[in-house]
Design a protein around this ligand. Structure first.
Ligand code: THU
Length: 160
């Protein structure tokens, strides 16, 4: 039997009653920008709210393009804006919500691979985990304590 390298990952399920005030605010902000997503090709509308260490909140949504790979996810849009303007302020938490156009219920959403690698970039830059929370159709938040829970065996270091 070969030696194995095993990593265990988990998401916590956080019911509405246990959300902090800032989490309530972030979910509200993310939901507010969902309707302004530019998603005419997938009709999958995503909103992301980002909390920085100084308490500032930012939101963005997905911006698609007729040349499909050009489209940008909500997570990368908000991180690019915040990190471009506040390059020295640590990101603490990102909350994501999603809805299919004309659906009444919130969709299940987790960050795509590109966004996971982007979140990893800022964890490495600031040397601390970024919490990722995702609204599910049951109205609960799924919490990943850091990108290690979503991107095990990630690429982290060119010289490592
Ligand atoms: N999308 C996001 O913005 N964030 C996610 O976490 C998942 C996917 C976008 C990309 C594309 O515009 C649409 O949702 C469908 O994949």
């Amino acid at each position: 039997m070969r030696k194995e390298i095993k990593l265990t990952v988990s998401l916590e399920v956080v019911p509405r009653e246990e959300w902090s005030d800032i989490e309530i605010q972030m979910v509200e902000n993310a939901k507010r920008v969902v309707d302004h997503a530019h998603a005419p090709y997938s009709n999958f509308m995503v909103g992301a709210s980002l909390l920085l260490e100084n308490g500032k909140l930012f939101e963005a949504n997905n911006q698609e393009n007729v040349s499909f790979p050009v489209g940008v996810c909500a997570e990368r849009a908000v991180l690019s804006y915040a990190m471009g303007n506040f390059p020295d302020t640590k990101p603490i938490k990102i909350i994501i919500v999603a809805k299919r156009r004309n659906d009444q219920v919130w969709a299940t959403v987790t960050p795509c691979g590109l966004c996971r690698q982007t979140i990893n970039e800022y964890e490495v830059k600031f040397g601390s985990p970024i919490e990722i929370m995702m609204l599910n159709p049951q109205g609960e938040l799924l919490r990943a304590r850091g990108i290690d829970q979503l991107l095990p065996f990630r690429f982290n270091d060119l010289n490592g």
